[in-house]
Design a protein around this ligand. Structure first.
Ligand SMILES: Cc1cc2nc3c(=O)[nH]c(=O)nc-3n(C[C@H](O)[C@H](O)[C@H](O)COP(=O)(O)OP(=O)(O)OC[C@H]3O[C@@H](n4cnc5c(N)ncnc54)[C@H](O)[C@@H]3O)c2cc1C
Length: 406
């Protein structure tokens, strides 16, 4: 193990939001780390994420990444439109022309809510914060973490190599974490929801109707066992999830390979079969979003998932508490974990007399478990509350209540 006064050798598995946020925060504090990721570069896939002031935004500020964030964030996308399954607009925060808007006077006016940022932009900012692409050892797929006799840990990778002598191994390797295997036998289980992710690119030029209909932010519809959720992205695209409460084998049983290059041609039959009764505009939105088609079967860990602490290994982000996206909190939870874990590591390095790394990680995990559970329960509550008859009406009523003048 690290001597009481030395900085620990830290391995971070995963260059996603959790791992890169942690690396950025450690870099600010001059704590060295090694990041490994199975990919050859950061992911450019994915849509928009809203960052909350006390979670994602707080982590970015602590990592000195606030200024780049404000350059890419889209506060104007922090708007909600709720549509009934029949197509009636029940709530709409999209306003008229920009010149009708009151001008934002302070940074808090602009970013005090939950501004959106594209996942690719967020990852680029975090990668720079972590030291750039050269700071990550790419194409390293972890297979297992092996305890060594001297209390450190060894990493074994799919390419046959090993990396040794880490005082702390941090699993930021997502839902199917390999680091987690040394801490727990629990695996994520099917959430009951499968989604067909449908993309329309460059909507302002190629589909102005969709641009106007989906609006600047989120456009959601919920009904019994189904949902349609569209989101505007900063790259000019609209991503729409057509989700169903169905068995885990739904996509396999459906008999169409939605990952094949010609998947778009199967979308009309799918929409007709499962969303045939929705309002005309909602149907048009689904049918005109076939530039990219991605089937997703959504998994989660049980709320309250925890593990018996083991010196020298811990988890954060989806590896610790993967949940479905129905509360939109996964990335915030991951970045807040990174902030708290960085504080624990820094405290252990700066004040070893207080118990060192082992106690610092125990303290981090003690807070992590209830925090992860809170996020997971909120997500489950949303999933149950939204995917039912009257789901849209209930959210619209809640929005009216929240925004009612007091
Ligand atoms: C369809 C969908 C929509 C979502 N929408 C939202 C949303 O709107 N708002 C929100 O807050 N959250 C959303 N989420 C959740 C959010 O994406 C995650 O919570 C967040 O990405 C977690 O970050 P992470 O770094 O923990 O994990 P990940 O983003 O999964 O990153 C894990 C990293 O580890 C690497 N890795 C994996 N296995 C290994 C291995 N064996 N060896 C080495 N490297 C490995 C991966 O390549 C990846 O870079 C959504 C998730 C999904 C699936």
């Amino acid at each position: 193990m690290a001597s009481p006064t030395s900085k620990p050798t830290v391995a971070i598995l995963g260059a996603g939001p959790a791992g890169l946020t942690l690396a950025s925060l450690l870099r600010v504090q001059s704590i060295p780390y090694t990041i490994f990721d199975l990919s050859s570069a950061i992911s450019t896939a994915g849509g928009t994420l809203d960052l909350h002031p006390a979670a994602g935004q707080a982590a970015l500020r602590a990592a000195n990444l606030w200024t780049p964030f404000t350059k890419h964030a889209r506060p104007e996308s922090d708007v909600m439109k709720i549509v009934s399954p029949a197509g009636v607009v029940l709530w709409d925060e999209n306003k008229g022309a920009a010149d009708e808007q009151p001008a934002a006077e302070t940074e808090d006016d602009l970013f005090g809510g939950r501004p959106e940022i594209d996942r690719s932009a967020l990852l680029s900012i975090l990668l720079e914060g972590a030291g750039g692409a050269d700071a990550v050892t790419w194409n390293k797929k972890l297979l297992e973490v092996i305890p060594a006799a001297n209390g450190t840990h060894t990493l074994r990778f799919a390419d046959g190599t090993v990396s040794e002598s880490f005082d702390l191994v941090v699993g930021a390797d997502g839902a199917w974490s390999k680091v987690r295997n040394i801490l727990s036998a629990t695996k994520p289980h099917y959430s009951g929801i499968s989604s067909l992710e449908l993309w329309s690119l460059d909507v302002a030029n190629r589909n102005p109707w969709l641009a106007a209909y989906a609006g600047a932010g989120n456009c959601f519809t919920f009904d019994a066992d189904c949902a349609i959720q569209a989101q505007r992205n900063g790259d000019g695209s609209v991503r729409t999830y057509a989700s169903l409460r169905v068995p885990e084998t739904f996509f396999a049983d459906y008999g169409v390979d939605f990952t094949a290059p010609d998947a778009a041609k199967h979308v009309p039959a799918y929409v007709e079969k499962y969303f045939g009764n929705v309002g005309d505009d909602l149907k048009k939105m689904l049918l005109s979003s076939t530039d990219k088609v991605i089937p997703r079967t959504l998994y989660h860990l049980p709320p309250g998932f925890s593990w018996e602490g083991k010196p020298g290994v811990t988890l954060l982000g989806d590896a610790a508490h993967v949940m479905t996206p129905f509360a939109g909190v996964g990335v915030n939870a991951a970045m807040l974990d990174a902030l708290e874990l960085s504080k624990a590591i820094v405290a252990a390095a700066q004040e070893p007399e207080k118990g060192g790394l082992v106690e610092a990680i125990q303290g981090y995990e003690k807070e992590l478990f209830p925090r992860g559970e809170k996020y997971a329960r909120k997500t489950l509550k949303n999933l149950d509350g939204h995917f039912r008859k009257g789901g849209s009406e209930d959210i619209a009523a809640m929005m009216r209540m929240v925004h009612a003048p007091h």
